[in-house]
Each structure stands twice: as C-alpha cells, then as structure tokens.
Design a binder for this molecule. Structure first.
Ligand code: PAF
Length: 280
C-alpha cells in the first residue's frame, strides 16, 4: 500500500492507476478504524477497483464543545489494518492541505442536512459536505463507499452528488455490529465497561420499535416507547424518529421506504443508530 501526504503525490498516484485502466474507489474515514471501515474496503475491493482510503480528522465537522481534541488517532494501527485489507493507497492529508490559510468556501446541503443530527450539531453536515467535496476533487474516484450507520450523512452525500453532478457512484454499506448488536463506531472506545453493557439497549429499542411500526403501531407511539426504554437503560435521548429513507422527511407514508433513526447519549458518549422499517 502506498501512503501519501502530499496532494501532488496523490495526483501522480491516481494518474498511474488511471494509466493502468483501473477504476478507483474512495473510502473516506477519520481513522480509528474498526471492522465497519474494513467492510467498506472489502465492498470496494469486490467492486473490482483500486481502493483509496483517506484518513483525516476533519475539524470543520466538530462543534466547539465536541470531541475533536480527544478523537482517537491511531495512524500506525490503521495503516496496518488497511494493508491487511488490501487497500491500494492511503491518503493522509494535513489540516494545512485541506484548509490552507484564507480557505473561505463551504458546501451546504439544505433540507436533508437540517433535521436530526443537523439540528443537534449545527454546522456538522456543512463540514462533512465540504471535506467530502474536497476529497472527491482530490481523488476523482468512480465510486465512494460510506457506512449506513451514519445514515443521514449518507443521504446528505447522495443529495450533494446529485445536485452538483459529481460522476461518482455512492455506495452505502450495511452497519457492522458487535455480537450483541451494538453498531461499531470509533466512538465506542469512550464507553466504560458499564456504559458499554448498557449501550446495547439502543439497537434493541430500535429493533422493537421498527417491528412495531411494521405491524401498524403508530410511529410516534413506537418511538415514545423506544425513548422510555432508552431512558430506563441510562441513555439521555436526543431523538428517535421515523423518516422517509431517501428524503429524511418526517411522517413518511407506509408506501415509502422508511428508516427509524436514533441518537442518544450514554454518559459523555453520543451514539447514533438506525434501522430499516420493512413490512413483514
Ligand atoms: O464518516 C466519517 O468518518 C466522516 O464524516 C467522513 C465521511 C470521513 C468525512 O470526514
């Protein structure tokens, strides 16, 4: 695996892939890799492309009171995992490369960015859309792979790619979970043993609520029950909401693809998860 820190080197490496006639897939990450990221690399490899992974802890998607400073950084271990997974190139830009002095542009995706995490984390999706646009322009991939765990992020990126005519296939990869069902996340390492044990209530509550909605129980009722069980398990709930799986609009009809999304805090750690609501 080639590792590059410099934009000119990256462009030369991409040109060499293109000269071989290769298609290129991008897997953007913020590092602290786990099996969820490796599933993205595997999916990209199965698509028969050269795989470029990026690691960049993007400061513009963290709010002032969020965990930018303590976000886990494990470059050497990440690099070993990527080699083992068969990644072809690791792009490790610096903050100065991504946001040089005088940087003044923002990509903002209205609508789909504004609710749920967009409401709880103002500016978060502007930071994501801006950095992903830069990564797309730097790597010029044919496809890019994102985890469904960050479901709203995936829909924001799909909207942006459509709106701005990026010729890039956006592939969503199902959430990878621990044996007990907790979605893998780089932030799970913040949980102490007791919090980790309680955190399983999140996927469980979503599963129960999704099945209830599929049986015809009103979504507000099922979501309220999920909230009650999350609070009983020790969570502070931000939202549990049923939305249209594509537009993220509230109150979707039963004839639409639907997704139940939740965000809740266990101690200092904010966890998100989501589940498709399918009719039995
Ligand atoms: O999902 C993430 O890790 C980040 O939001 C992303 C897409 C790499 C942008 O910084």
């Amino acid at each position: 695996m080639q590792t590059v820190h410099d934009l000119n080197e990256l462009r030369a490496a991409i040109a060499a892939f293109r000269a071989e006639g290769a298609r290129i897939a991008l897997v953007p990450t913020m590092g602290a890799l786990h099996a969820g990221h490796i599933a993205l690399i595997d999916a990209a490899k199965r698509a028969g492309t050269k795989v470029v992974a990026s690691i960049f802890v993007n400061p513009t998607q963290f709010g002032p009171n969020e965990d930018l400073a303590r976000y886990p950084r494990r470059e050497a271990a990440d690099s070993r995992m990527l080699v083992e997974a068969g990644c072809d190139l690791l792009w490790l830009p610096t903050v100065e490369t991504m946001y040089p002095d005088g940087f003044a542009s923002t990509v903002s995706v209205a609508g789909v960015s504004e609710t749920l995490d967009g409401a709880s984390r103002p500016g978060h999706f502007d930071g994501v859309a801006t950095v992903v646009t830069k990564l797309f322009n730097q790597v010029s991939p044919d496809a890019a792979f994102f985890g469904e765990k960050d479901y709203q992020q995936l829909q924001v990126i799909r909207r942006m790619v459509n709106d701005l005519d990026f010729a890039i296939d956006i592939v969503g990869v199902p959430t990878q979970r621990d044996d007990d069902g907790l979605a893998l996340s780089s932030r799970n390492i913040y949980l102490d043993e007791e919090e980790r044990a309680k955190a399983v209530a999140l996927p469980r509550a979503l599963g129960v609520a999704a099945r209830a909605i599929a049986r015809g129980i009103p979504a507000e009722e099922a979501a309220a029950e999920a909230q009650t069980s999350l609070v009983a398990a020790g969570f502070t709930v931000d939202y549990v909401t049923l939305v249209d799986a594509e537009t993220l609009a509230a109150n979707p009809g039963a004839d639409r693809p639907r997704r139940l999304l939740a965000a809740a805090r266990m101690g200092q750690t904010r966890l998100i998860d989501n589940i498709a609501v399918t009719l039995d």
